[in-house]
Design a protein around this ligand. Structure first.
Ligand code: ATP
Ligand code: MG
Length: 242
């Protein structure tokens, strides 16, 4: 078996290593969106990445998720450096290994909730109906996004991400467009997904209250990690105000 098949065939549970990764923009690389970042992420850990606007949070998440390419460094999972994958395998990584949740849901407006989730179904994997059930939306399967509240649309987008049973679940400001109560519901669903301890789950936010429920909080500023701390006793979602 080719080494890179491991990421796909084994549904690898373990660690993902970001090794001296940088992302530069501008004609002289003068914008250092991410500047020599190294970290290791482990499955089962609910990680929150905190940072101000422009600090490099989305850049880091996009690189881990295979949505963008590094300027320098390596990202290893299952002993495979994803920055060296062929375009075809890189797309396969993005499609089969990574689930992505965005601030503004990114649902297809002309497809129903069920059809949106079906888009991400993989052969032999979970069924779209079951993923919708997991987020409590089985009765809304035939509604279009425009017929749903923001929180419901975000739940559809969570279903779309988890239907493929991703090894890596990446959430970029998942509560950014929601009121506090609805935002807490979304974080609760993500925490519940984490109970299985089989995924690397990363939530990016500038809301420090959300960090209180995390197993680990990584702070990023100006493209660099400035602190990385384990929280032995994270709070329950009911105890926080976001
Ligand atoms: N395509 C690009 N071209 C030039 N600069 C970029 C590009 N994408 C991001 N940047 C810059 O890189 C830095 C990090 O951006 P990034 O989007 O990662 O920040 P962020 O922490 O996610 O911010 P926010 O909280 O506002 O979403 C910013 O200074 C941004 O302006
Ligand atoms: Mg961002």
């Amino acid at each position: 078996m080719k080494k890179e098949q491991l990421i796909f065939d084994e549904k690898y549970v373990g660690a993902l290593t970001v090794h001296h990764v940088s992302k530069f923009y501008g004609k002289d690389n003068e914008i250092k969106a991410l500047n020599d970042v190294s970290l290791q992420l482990f499955s089962g850990q609910f990680v929150v990445i905190l940072g101000a606007s422009g600090s490099g949070k989305s850049t880091l998440l996009n690189l881990i998720g295979g949505m963008d390419t590094v300027s320098d460094g390596e990202i290893n999972i299952a002993g495979v450096d994803i920055t060296k994958l062929s375009e075809k395998m890189f797309a396969k990584y993005r499609r089969e290994v990574v689930g992505f949740i965005f601030q503004f849901y990114n649902l297809m407006p002309n497809l129903t909730a069920l059809e949106n989730v079906e888009l991400s179904e993989l052969a032999g994997g979970m069924k779209a109906e079951d993923a919708l059930k997991m987020v409590g939306l089985e009765t809304r399967a035939n509604n279009f996004p425009s017929e749903m509240s923001g929180g419901e649309q975000q739940r559809v987008s969570i279903a779309r991400a988890i239907v493929k049973n991703p090894t890596v679940l990446l959430c970029d400001e998942p509560t950014g467009a929601l009121d506090s109560k609805t935002g807490k519901k979304i974080i609760k669903i993500l925490k519940d997904i984490n109970l299985n301890k089989d995924k690397i789950i990363v939530v990016v936010t500038h809301n420090s209250a959300i960090a209180e429920v995390a197993d680990r909080v990584i702070k990023i500023s100006d493209g660099k990690i400035v602190s990385d701390q384990i929280q032995k006793n994270p709070k329950n979602i009911e105890e926080i105000e976001i």
